[in-house]
Design a protein around this ligand. Structure first.
Ligand code: BDR
Ligand code: CA
Length: 316
């Protein structure tokens, strides 16, 4: 089993990432660290706790992370995020309260401790802004060499962004943090829009969860249908909703789902392209590539894995 930390701005597809991890026997989910983005960090933590409760996983600790970008004083949820994920982040669906609170330890300290404890055996999967890892690296740069792997959802290399022509939402929230992480030498794989917009879910799929006749199946279908409906407005040409965050979990478990281009990445932090993920020109001739960018995905195989795991989980 792989030790995994999910770092989430719980959101609908973040919820599906939790489901994917909980439904995967290869994963030992040692904690969820929360971040801001689709919702405020406190709401992200509440959603993580309630979603874990829905799946009977009250054993997984949840940690509060940084509330805003490293160079900013505060954070406000973008209107488009509330439209896509609902104001509460989980499609306006009300879940049973978990009765739990986040742990007292801050997310950044939990991440640092976990890297020192598990090292090579740990995979860190952020599916929101990179702020928590950036602050962890500032506090303890030695974790860059010790961490087994980071598999992040964010960025776009071969396709345009989704918040602007060159920016993907997660990187756009904190380009400085992402740039710090990308340049740290951390062994990271970028699961960007290049591949996540090829893995699409439809109402036909969520119907299968509903048909399980369980609370988990019905609630997860309700949450996801809200997101599919939003995609019908924002990207009707796709014919479904993008499985961004669960694909990062999928790649963390089985990298053979994707084609990975070895590359030294950076993030533009200045000028009109601020937030763009791009190859670092200074390291173009360096034979060592610290990162990889997913450029192709076996979408039918991922979707099969996704449906089997999630349906198995919600069937109980
Ligand atoms: C990413 O942005 C967020 O809204 C989603 O949860 C996903 O992590 C897609 O660009
Ligand atoms: Ca997310």
């Amino acid at each position: 089993q792989k030790k995994m930390i999910l770092d989430l701005d719980v959101g609908v597809d973040d919820t599906l990432a939790i489901a994917y991890a909980c439904g995967s026997p290869e994963v030992d989910l040692i904690g969820i660290t929360c971040t801001y983005g689709n919702v405020l960090v406190e709401q992200s933590a509440k959603n993580a706790l309630d979603v874990l409760h829905l799946f009977g996983r009250d054993d997984v600790p949840v940690f509060l992370g940084e509330p805003h970008a490293i160079e900013k004083d505060g954070f406000e949820v973008m209107e488009i995020s509330a439209f896509i994920h609902g104001k509460n982040g989980i499609g306006e669906v009300v879940l049973e309260d978990s009765g739990r609170e986040p742990e007292a330890t801050p997310a950044v300290d939990f991440i640092i401790d976990a890297v020192h404890t598990y090292g090579e055996d740990l995979v860190y999967v952020p599916t929101g802004p990179e702020t928590n890892m950036a602050v962890a690296l500032q506090k303890d740069p030695t974790i860059a060499d010790e961490l087994g792997a980071e598999v992040l959802m964010g960025g776009a290399l071969t396709v345009p962004g989704n918040v602007s022509p060159c920016c993907e939402a997660n990187i756009n929230q904190d380009p400085d943090a992402a740039n710090l992480v990308f340049r740290s030498g951390i062994p990271a794989t970028m699961v960007g829009l290049d591949v996540t917009l090829q893995t699409l879910l439809t109402y036909e799929d969520t119907k299968k969860w509903r048909e399980c006749g369980t609370v988990a199946g019905e609630k997860l279908a309700d949450i996801t249908d809200y997101y599919i409906k939003a995609y019908e407005t924002t990207a009707p040409y796709l014919g479904g909703c993008g499985l961004h965050d669960p694909l990062a979990v999928g790649v963390a478990i089985d990298p053979s789902l994707v084609t990975i281009l070895p590359i030294n990445l950076m993030v533009d932090t200045e000028g009109p392209t601020r937030g763009r993920t791009i190859g670092n020109p200074d390291l173009l001739n360096d034979p060592y590539k610290s990162m990889g960018a997913c450029v192709e995905v076996d979408a039918p195989r991922f979707l099969d894995e996704f449906m089997n795991r999630i349906t198995g989980l919600v069937a109980g």
